[in-house]
Design a protein around this ligand. Structure first.
Ligand code: IMP
Ligand code: MG
Length: 217
């Protein structure tokens, strides 16, 4: 009788599984997001990010051993990257921030880039490093390079943590790149979705809904 019940339970389980009533537990690297239907899948761990940032800093310092590096962080996504990079660089470093808007509240670029906060100090004659969280269409970077070149820095270089190579529209590339990533919407380590998730230590893919649809789909 007991073994019959076990068999029956197994059959019921298989049926329910087939119609999707039973879901697997989230894998260790997948967790619930902040709101219902939002799931996070770890893409790059904090440890890997820190190791990569240190490697990038060594490379940058090797290229400019004696210069004061003037880091320009693009608000707000670059703040953790800039803070970690600055501490790994050694030597003289100064920084400034600027604000641009390109995305509004959604996830797809409007294609329009606007300056929302300009730099506090001039960059003429300085060794400037633009610090960006992610290179996507490249429209923001194209705009910034044009803007800054007109201000006559001694050197102008670009460091990005993440690069969605597939999404590029503008013909730009970074001088220093952390991780090329696939075309998926990512959050964490400064990157947001509607101002949320910036404080995650890892970079995670944000998936919406039960079918694991990503924001870029
Ligand atoms: P671009 O002008 O299309 O290259 O966009 C650059 C900006 O868009 C980045 O600095 C981010 O603020 C934002 N962005 C692009 N892709 C993502 C993403 O996957 N997650 C969060 N923000 C993103
Ligand atoms: Mg940004």
């Amino acid at each position: 009788m007991c073994s019959l019940r076990i068999v029956w339970n197994k059959v019921r389980f298989r049926e329910q599984w087939a119609v999707g009533k039973i879901r697997t537990k989230k894998t260790a690297k997948e967790k619930e997001g902040h709101r219902p239907g939002e799931t996070l899948r770890e893409l790059i761990s904090h440890a890997r990010i820190r190791a990569k940032v240190a490697e990038m800093a060594r490379e940058i310092r090797r290229d400019f051993p004696d210069d004061t590096l003037h880091l320009i962080g693009v608000l707000k996504g670059s703040i953790f990257f800039l803070a970690d990079l600055a501490r790994e660089l050694g030597g003289e470093v100064s920084f400034d921030f600027l604000g641009v808007s390109s995305y509004g509240k959604g996830t797809d670029s409007t294609g329009e880039v606007k300056l929302t906060k300009d730099l506090d100090v001039g960059i003429e004659g300085r060794t400037v490093l633009i610090v960006e969280d992610i290179l996507d269409t490249g429209l923001t970077l194209k705009y910034l390079l044009k803007l800054f070149e007109e201000r006559k820095p001694k050197h102008l270089r670009v460091a990005v943590l993440l690069d969605k190579v597939e999404r590029r529209i503008a013909d730009v590339k970074a001088d220093y790149t952390g991780f090329p990533i696939p075309n998926e919407f990512v959050v964490g380590y400064g990157l947001d979705f509607d101002e949320r998730y910036r404080n995650l230590p890892d970079v995670c893919v944000l998936q919406l809904g039960s079918r694991g649809k990503t924001k870029n789909e």
